[in-house]
Ligand binder design. Sequence first.
Ligand code: FES
Ligand code: FE2
Length: 369
Amino acid sequence: MNDLPGPGTVRAEAGPKEPLGDTLPASWYADPAIFAKERPAIFQRHWQLFAHESRMPGPGDYVAGTLCDLPILVTRGRDGKVRGFHNVCRHRAAQLVPDGIGRAGALVCPYHGWSYDGEGRLIRARDFGADAGLDAQSIGLFPLRTECWKGLVFVCFDLDAPPLLDWLGPIARMAADYPLERYRFYRDKIREVAIDWKAYGDNYLEGYHLELMHPGLCAAIDTSQYVIDVYDREEFFHLYGPRRADGLTQGLYFYRFPVLMLNLYDWGASIATIEPLGAGRMRHVNWYLFEDLSPATGPERDRITEWAIEIVSEDIAVVTGVQRNLNAGVYDRGRLSPKHEHALKGFQDMVRRSLAAYDAGWRPALRGP
Ligand code: FES
Ligand SMILES: [Fe+2]
């Protein structure tokens, strides 16, 4: 195991501390005006997980989908490099490739047939006619900052954001012993739910509910010793609980603000992220990666995967009810447990700080027209 960051960078709290005060107000989980600020203040500021490299192994392979409601794609060029673009044709804004995975020699717009290469350059404006004012050289797909770490493909809308490795911070060093780059994509589980991304984060970042909500998890780890370290400055959380004698393999668990969840094991990984779809709505995307995808280990893979999916289902069931009540307007704020909810408090402080910076005038450096 790698060294953990030294004192001064971590605020680790495991026991009762001073009062933590109250939760965020309920309206923050349901108000479209708050979500309209969170998009630039939080989601466009941070790197966001988008694809796994094993789904795009060769030149011309692409993965298309949305982030912050913006259609985007990442594709592997002939030079092997992964690049990201907005999935929008420069002619009249058609979506260039359908959402999902695919392979194309060139990116050809289905509407009028303009084609682009893997570096985003316009190759040909099909049957366009003479137009001296059209400068084909200067017309390319709108690029996105795209970087890979151990097979995970991230994109970022903010041109001023730090490089991905800096954004990951100590996580990259702490995870160095886990051969994530060798793990292959096994399956995903994608769910659209009526939950605000913050309500999901709140739930993820406290162990208070584990005993009552997750019998399967409690059978695997000793939740009475569950600890979450908060890294305020680096904006991530390190979660751990000792494995029970007959529990599943011990792993390394991180939550990187705002929505990246990394669970690393020596046999594979469960990696999740959230795409917020609006106030009180989100898409939960979970990938299950394994080093060994041989048929012989299939039953064990399925057992582990179903076990992990069930834990998320238990969370989604209870938090869906929470969200319904946050929307209803009866409840506004609740008191946070000093014994169990310091990480949740840290998370909510990160949200508060981000929105305060936005209110004070901070904006992400988005690519201009
Ligand atoms: S919109 Fe793509 S070619 Fe016309
Ligand atoms: Fe949970």
